[in-house]
Design a protein around this ligand. Structure first.
Ligand code: ARG
Length: 446
């Protein structure tokens, strides 16, 4: 049933959808008309009130003020979603996930699970991510191309999940963050891995990832926290090795994201031309200046620390790993504030998969606590993330021509950003996956 008061706007909107620039009305495409009480316009940073959004197929056809009109439905009917008491935003984007898995126990995860175990459970995490309002993720590292298989299942309409930009195996040095370190030299896995030493080996790994479907290349520029090598900040690649990754990726039309906690490795990665530095924990003034100069994005996962310190000892992680996290946590947050103040480009990225998928929205609160306005934090997860991912105009915005990826909450996230931890309406590509506001039927998987 369409509420009567909605009919004028439905008519206006359906007419608008039909009177499009295309000469033949695309009769086959389903039309959804959404009334948004408040719409967060991520591009302008403004809030628009009483807007009508017309969705045709998987795209947004038009967005404009509700100006009423005669009570006649369009010839093909249409679905109406009443979000007139809610705040509508573009679907959120997480630029740093590991969507295929999440930790349960340090040794069990490493020694008892095969990539097939990972593959058979990854759809659960994909669904949780989508229902949390994250309609797109850049996935920065997964084993055995499980990210690419998951993406295929989602894009094929077989399982619920976000749009995924996968990067397959993280490319990194022997003994470094992506290698299996800390165990007996006799232990070897048969899996494919991203370990590569020297420019030729790096080139090979980049090509191999792209061959099997990677859309981004991830390199480990420095040591990490959740791996057993001795230091968290030590450089693990030369500038030349990373420059090779950047040049080779560019040859295939791809860009590079660099995992880098350490001061020197961050600078090497920026000089080598990566598009984004992940974590950026120990970035110094020179690193901040370089990032500004080069337009390099920082993707800083500043919620992670809380979860690692609270849960990872229980999950059997060695004390040396917990100790590394203690070194990183607060400094990373202080440097987030510093980099933001300096005007470095920042996109939202959480490292979800270190903590439970579906909790991706918990970082907003921290970004606001460490200096961003709620609008800036939302922009980091929408327009800015879309810019980093080269999807401006297609993702991260509610505007004509963009994918119909929309979310909504009843309250006002600009007054309390934690509203984004409980998203109540999710549409991806014109299909409703969750609606606790207007009660629309949701997509069913047969
Ligand atoms: N994946 C990252 C690593 O192992 C997690 C770092 C999390 N800590 C943090 N404070 N952001 O290095």
């Amino acid at each position: 049933m369409i509420p009567r008061r909605a009919l004028p706007l439905l008519f206006a909107a359906v007419c608008a959808a039909i009177a499009s620039e295309s000469p033949a009305p695309s009769a086959a495409l389903p039309v959804t008309v959404i009334r948004a009480g408040r719409l967060i316009d991520s591009a302008s940073g403004k809030v628009l009130t009483n807007q009508v959004i017309v969705v045709e197929g998987d795209h947004i056809k038009s967005v404009g003020p509700d100006d009423g009109g005669p009570i006649v439905l369009g010839p093909n009917g249409g679905r109406y979603v009443d979000l007139s008491d809610a705040t509508v935003l573009p679907g959120l984007i997480d630029c740093h996930t590991h969507i295929t898995s999440q930790p349960e126990n340090y040794y069990t995860d490493i020694f008892r699970k095969s990539p097939i175990d990972v593959a058979t459970t990854s759809h659960i995490y994909a669904r949780r991510t989508l229902l949390a309002g994250f309609t797109t993720v850049r996935d920065v590292g997964a084993g055995e191309y499980t990210d690419i298989a998951l993406k295929r299942a989602i894009d094929g309409g077989k399982v619920a999940g976000p749009r995924i930009l996968p990067s397959a195996h993280t490319v990194g040095a022997t003994g470094g963050h992506v290698d299996l370190t800390g165990f007996s030299p006799s232990i070897q896995f048969k899996d494919t891995s991203g370990v590569a030493d020297g420019v030729d080996a790096v080139r090979f790994r980049v090509r191999q990832n792209i061959k099997f479907g990677a859309e981004w290349i991830k390199v480990a520029a420095t040591a990490g926290v959740l791996s057993e090598e001795e230091s968290v900040g030590a450089p693990q690649y030369s500038e030349q090795e990373m420059r090779m990754a950047v040049e080779e990726a560019a040859m295939w039309g791809k860009k590079v994201a660099a995992h880098a906690h350490g001061t020197e490795g961050i600078k090497r990665a920026i000089r080598a031309g990566v598009a984004s530095v992940e974590h950026a924990s120990f970035i110094d003034d020179e690193g901040i200046r370089l990032a500004k100069e080069r337009g390099t994005w920082l993707v800083m996962d500043i919620y992670n620390d809380d979860y690692i310190l609270a849960e990872f000892t229980r999950m059997g992680y060695p004390e040396k790993i917990i100790e590394k996290e203690r070194l990183v946590g607060r400094t990373q947050r202080e440097n987030f504030q510093k980099a933001h103040r300096a005007g470095v480009k920042m996109a939202y990225g959480t490292d979800a998969g270190v903590y439970p998928h579906g909790w991706n929205g918990k970082q907003f609160r921290h970004m606001v606590q460490w200096g961003m306005t709620p609008m800036e934090a939302i922009q980091a997860a929408t327009v800015n993330a879309a810019e980093l991912l080269h999807q401006s105009g297609r993702l991260g915005t509610v505007a004509a021509g963009a994918f119909a990826d929309l979310i909504a909450v009843k309250s006002d996230p600009l007054a309390d950003v934690t509203a984004l931890e409980k998203i109540e309406f999710v549409m991806k590509g014109g299909e409703v996956f969750k609606d606790q506001i207007a009660g629309s039927p949701v997509k069913v998987f047969e």
